[in-house]
Design a protein around this ligand. Structure first.
Ligand SMILES: [Zn+2]
Length: 273
């Protein structure tokens, strides 16, 4: 599933080709995504993209018409840039041809994604965006913020940090890996996280996500590769998916449990409560 680092890499990959581009043509082959594709998308010829931003796992393609094309890649979506004449692959649903000579192609086998047109003035209050917590890589996300956000929460810490109201973009793999790096047990009741541990955990979340984005940078050329899926990164994992394998630090077999219905991995020695 595309996580925050993949979405950020998509943003970086498409931006140079999309920003400043005028829409020449919009082709919608299938509009029955998780939310139906906005009919306004088909009426955007002549509009120019002025920026590509990311909020949580949403891409915001802002235009000079006061409209934003809001894209979410769902479970299996991807964007790539192709020559407009290139054959449509199975599950290519939308093509936006740009004045620069390339077409932005939206591909989504499971159709859990969405492509909506939202007025810029309504983007902050849009139901999909208005309740999102802080961005993990922005300065506002600090140990003090996390500590305050977890006050009164008795659920497991790992479940809490995956709640988008606490912080956005900490997916399942990143939650396990960040807790390992910070040396904190995933089952710790969230409200029991001390301030120093909150500082450590915030630093770990930022590091894990930043490393993944940096690694994704090497796949940027794939956005121009006709048969390329933008790569999902094979970061070196310390605990995730390593049940029973030796901890890379202390060689204790990695523990596994299901927390909040998600697979969770930790080292019982390196991650004390
Ligand atoms: Zn260990």
């Amino acid at each position: 599933m595309p996580e925050l680092p993949e979405v950020e890499t998509t943003k970086l990959g498409i931006s140079p080709h999309v920003v400043g581009g005028k829409i020449c043509e919009v082709i919608v082959q299938r509009s029955d995504l998780r939310w139906p594709v906005s009919p306004e998308l088909g009426e955007m010829a002549g509009v120019v993209f002025v920026s590509v931003k990311r909020r949580s796992k949403y891409l915001l393609l802002e235009t000079d018409s006061g409209q934003v094309v809001l894209v979410h890649l769902g479970m299996s979506g991807s964007l790539r840039l192709v020559p407009p004449a290139e054959e449509w692959r199975k599950h290519d649903h939308i093509g936006i041809t740009l004045s620069g000579g390339l077409q932005l192609r939206y591909h989504d086998p499971r159709r859990f994604g969405l492509v909506l047109v939202v007025p810029l003035s309504e983007i902050q209050t849009h139901p999909l965006l208005k309740n999102l917590g802080p961005e993990p890589l922005e300065e506002g996300f600090t140990g003090a913020h996390l500590h305050a956000a977890l006050r009164g929460k008795t659920i497991a810490l790992k479940v809490a940090i995956m709640d988008a109201k606490v912080v956005v973009g900490v997916g399942n793999i990143y939650a396990s890996e960040s807790l390992f790096r910070a040396g904190i047990h995933p089952r710790l009741p969230a409200e029991k996280l001390s301030k120093p541990k909150a500082e450590r955990l915030v630093a770990a979340i930022k590091e894990v996500l930043t490393e993944s984005i940096t690694q994704g940078g090497t796949t940027l050329r794939d956005f121009l590769n006709s048969d390329g899926q933008p790569g999902y990164f094979k970061q070196r994992l310390f605990v995730y998916g390593r049940k029973g394998e030796p901890c890379r630090v202390c060689e204790t077999p990695i523990s596994h449990a299901v927390l909040g219905q998600r697979a969770t991995f930790w080292c019982a020695v390196c991650q004390r409560r």
